[in-house]
Design a protein around this ligand. Structure first.
Ligand SMILES: Nc1ncnc2c1ncn2[C@@H]1O[C@H](COP(=O)(O)OP(=O)(O)OP(=O)(O)O)[C@@H](O)[C@H]1O
Length: 317
């Protein structure tokens, strides 16, 4: 498929924004043989360069297998699958952060990856991070200034005091994730990739996030949402891609795919259903039963930033 298809601006017709065509993604893990940290092991790896992976002690992890789909402008697409099924890997490849082994990914417009692990500067204040994050996403200084208050209000960071002028290291993981989402959501994205962002924050923040995703869709973007919460997926997406062991098992309307997925996993959100609380009256915010990814991601191939390199995103292969 030619990538000029992506830019076909035929009004009234569905406009493709992301095309994945037979995509395979393979991680290579070094040091699966003994002595991985030593200088001699590094030297012998260099000497064995050119030989096949197994001979060099490199283990291959085939994370995504022959995945094809076309995403259109205005769609919100959920990515579901059990742990390790390749959702985050596929998202990173669409963002241009990971190369594909086989196949192609074509994107129209700039994809932005918004993950709970996306890094802002911990030693800088929330305020500075809003400015830097906005600039990194391609907003002008003027636009950032105009939207600053909106971003802070959306994040709710200042609801419990003047936290926005404190360094981000003083924030709870939920607060930091909310600020990241708020910065990224301030801009209208061509393709917005969200990795479990809705899993963080309290219920009222999740509601605001879901509403904002719906707005982004109306403003003609395409949203991909990776989540283990079937409810978030139901509330936000009308189409779902189900990955299992790296393969695309189903692609279709949310209800149809979730029905099959729930049958496969043993019930709605069953795997992650929260245990009943001993003191329900003490709870102020209902839990979703989702475990947010917090802290650093050991699997991240590079230090991720709030937004991805727009150049890198167009030709990941
Ligand atoms: N940096 C990496 N190096 C090697 N293997 C990796 C790396 N990142 C992920 N993998 C492997 O790729 C496969 C897919 O992982 P991925 O994180 O994409 O799954 P996921 O569906 O997002 O999982 P989860 O729901 O647990 O977040 C897994 O087998 C995982 O072990």
């Amino acid at each position: 498929m030619a990538d000029n298809t992506v830019n076909a601006g035929n009004t009234g017709e569905k406009i493709p924004t992301v095309i994945a065509d037979g995509v395979d993604i393979v991680y290579r893990v070094n040091g699966t043989k003994g002595g991985k940290g030593s200088a001699t092991a590094a030297l012998s790896r260099m000497l064995r360069r050119g030989k096949d992976d197994a001979a060099r002690g490199v283990r291959r992890v085939h994370a995504v297998r022959n995945v094809s789909f076309v995403a259109y402008r205005g769609e919100a697409i959920g990515l579901i699958g059990t742990n390790g099924s390749g959702k985050s890997t596929l998202l990173k490849a669409v963002a241009g952060l990971l190369p594909v082994e086989n196949g192609r990914i074509y994107t129209g417009g700039q994809p932005s990856l918004l993950g709970v692990n996306a890094a802002l500067m911990n030693d800088l204040t929330g305020e500075r991070n809003v400015h830097l994050g906005g600039l990194a996403m391609g907003m002008s200084r003027e636009q950032v200034r105009e939207r600053y208050q909106e971003i802070v209000d959306f994040s709710g960071i200042n609801e419990k005091g003047d936290f926005i002028t404190l360094p981000m290291r003083t924030y709870s993981s939920g607060m930091a994730a909310r600020l990241r989402f708020s910065i990224a959501a301030a801009k209208d994205h061509d393709v917005l990739l969200i990795d479990e962002a809705l899993a963080t924050g309290d219920r009222s923040f999740q509601k605001r996030s879901e509403a904002r995703i719906r707005e982004l869709r109306k403003e003609a973007g395409t949203v991909f949402l990776v989540s283990h919460s079937n409810k978030s997926i139901r509330d936000t997406c009308e189409r779902v891609l189900w990955l299992e062991r790296g393969e695309l098992r189903m692609d279709g309307p949310t209800d149809e795919v979730l029905k099959e997925y729930e049958a496969f996993t043993g019930g709605p959100d069953k795997a992650r259903k929260p245990k009943p609380k001993p003191k329900p009256e003490a709870a102020t915010e209902p839990k979703t039963g989702i475990e947010p990814k917090t802290g650093t991601d050991p699997k991240a191939p590079t230090a991720p930033t709030t937004v991805t390199d727009p150049e890198a995103a167009t030709a990941p292969s």
